[in-house]
Design a protein around this ligand. Structure first.
Ligand SMILES: Cc1cc2nc3c(=O)[nH]c(=O)nc-3n(C[C@H](O)[C@H](O)[C@H](O)COP(=O)(O)OP(=O)(O)OC[C@H]3O[C@@H](n4cnc5c(N)ncnc54)[C@H](O)[C@@H]3O)c2cc1C
Length: 482
């Protein structure tokens, strides 16, 4: 039997672990000998995914759920035998609020792909003024933009089509909740290409959204048992735990608490093409390496042997965020919290980006008699918040909960999670930057990059990209077409 191919995956977040899982599946299917090591710098796997259990509470420090419309997340859960553990959002509370002009207002029903399609709910919500609604309606007649023009930012695209009020009050807070970004920087082509396509196809976002809705209804009532977002009964940490179990059971070496310090291309001499230097002086050798680290870390690994790739990776900016889980006695907040929570438009000048009433959105997040609230703060342009200590940060979030939702009670328990340089920002030129990075990296056989920095920041996007990377790598190692 041929000697096993050695692969080192650097970074044990969802991208690195799913790449390892996909690679092992492929190797197992083809009886191809493989020796894989995942090296993670922190003393736990999961990266941005971290679930904390305490006294009957299930608190998510990073993501709390994933989209079901992108299949890779559900499919991975299926392979791991976790499907029965997936839970839906509580449908009885299915509405969200936005903080607008001094109070919480229900987000209008009838948004399709973020685009409002019904005037009635929009008017009743009070989120937009009449002139704002009329301006938004002009989207029906504003001509489509010629293809040849420069890439637009999200702010330019939505303000041009729907008007600045609709952009600032409806679209911006939704976008901030996803990217923690500044819509004046984010590229619409890189973040919402489907909306650019809607304009191209229908000449109007509203027309396109209505057509999408008709197409959906013409397929008859949906039979899917899943809500738009799902999570695991015990929290998303169970996805990581399950991947760890399966990988170690398959013989993958999982090495944590060890930072990789450098990757060296060994050149054309004998021996494998890559040497991976670990902190503490150990070293690994491998025929192939996957960099599943944030872009700015991957840049440092690549710099010694591909400066242009490193420069392009450095060109991907990151936003810093924080989440604060607070537990309140239920009687003190019961009358104040409705729906799943609220978002805060940037023009309201608050520290909160959003707050989720986690125990209203998901079952079994808090023991009976307690409410779990998750505050989301920071984002692009609000980095100084990170300098506050936990007490100041918590007090700021609590005061905003008081102003916005009327919560005066003090929390029974608080957990603060800080995420410096956590969210890659797909700014103008992102798609071209990623194309260039992939083209440069492809010049080094057996070297790959994957992760949230490239083609989608959501968990299903990361899993899909990791699986595609594993397919390319196995084709390279075992000379098959993927
Ligand atoms: C607060 C927050 C909320 C979010 N909410 C959602 C949500 O609800 N739904 C959703 O789909 N997505 C959400 N996201 C996005 C999603 O969680 C991330 O994009 C995704 O988890 C990134 O996974 P990754 O493996 O690519 O990167 P990471 O999770 O960052 O993993 C990279 C790993 O590399 C390791 N590493 C770095 N340097 C080294 C080194 N030198 N040596 C070894 N290891 C190293 C890191 O320690 C880390 O574990 C959220 C993100 C944040 C921060």
């Amino acid at each position: 039997m041929a000697s096993p191919k050695r692969v080192v995956i650097i970074g044990g977040g969802i991208s690195g672990l799913s790449a390892a899982f996909a690679l092992y599946e492929r190797a197992g299917n083809d009886n191809a000998p493989l020796q894989c090591t995942v090296v993670e710098g922190q003393d736990r796997f999961g990266g941005k995914i971290v679930t904390h259990h305490r006294d009957g509470l299930i608190m998510e420090g990073g993501p709390d759920s994933f989209l079901t419309t992108k299949p890779a997340g559900l499919a991975l859960c299926e392979k791991l035998g976790l499907t029965s553990q997936l839970i839906n959002t509580k449908t009885e509370n299915a509405h969200t609020f936005t903080y607008s002009k001094g109070r919480l207002r229900q987000f209008p029903q009838g948004l399709i792909a973020m685009v409002p399609t019904k005037v009635g709910p929009l008017f009743r919500s009070g989120v937009l003024s009449w002139p704002g609604i009329v301006r938004m309606g002009a989207d029906w007649i504003i001509p489509r933009r010629p293809r040849t023009k420069d890439e637009e930012t999200l702010a330019e695209f939505f303000s041009r089509r729907l008007g600045s009020e609709a952009f600032n009050r409806l679209i911006e807070p939704l976008v901030s909740g996803i990217y923690a970004g500044d819509a004046n920087e984010l590229s619409v082509d890189a973040t919402f290409p489907q909306l650019v396509e809607l304009e191209r196809k229908y000449g109007s976002l509203i027309k396109g959204a209505v057509a999408m809705q008709r197409a959906r209804s013409s397929h008859g009532p949906t039979t899917t048992a899943r809500t738009l977002f799902t999570t695991l009964r015990g929290g998303l940490g169970d996805l990581i735990g399950s991947l760890e179990d399966r990988l170690s059971g398959a013989g993958v070496s999982l090495c944590r608490g060890t930072n990789v310090q450098a990757v060296q291309a060994a050149g054309s001499g004998p021996g494998p093409p890559y040497r991976i230097e670990l902190e503490g002086g150990d070293r690994l050798e491998a025929e192939a390496v996957i960099l599943a680290t944030p872009a700015y870390v991957s840049a440092e690994f690549l710099r010694p042997f591909d400066e242009p790739a490193a420069l392009a990776l450095d060109g991907i900016p990151y936003a810093s965020t924080m989440t604060i889980s607070m537990v309140f006695p239920e009687p003190a907040v019961k009358s104040l919290i409705r729906g799943y929570g609220f978002v805060v438009p940037r023009i309201e000048n608050r520290s909160l980006i959003a707050a989720t009433w986690s125990s209203m959105k998901w079952a079994e997040r808090a023991p009976v008699g307690q409410c779990l609230v998750r505050c989301y703060l920071g984002g692009r342009g609000r980095e100084p918040l990170l300098d506050l200590d936990d007490t100041e940060l918590t007090e700021r979030a609590r005061r905003e909960l008081e102003t916005i939702a009327g919560i005066q009670s003090l929390p029974l328990h608080v957990e603060v999670y800080r995420w410096p340089r956590a969210m890659p920002q797909y700014t103008r030129g992102h798609r071209e930057r990623v194309r260039h990075i992939r083209e440069r990296v492809a010049r080094h056989p057996g070297l790959y990059v994957t992760g949230a920095a490239y083609d989608g920041i959501g968990i299903p996007d990361c899993i899909r990209d990791a699986e595609q990377t594993a397919a390319k790598l196995s084709a390279y190692l075992w000379d098959r077409v993927s």
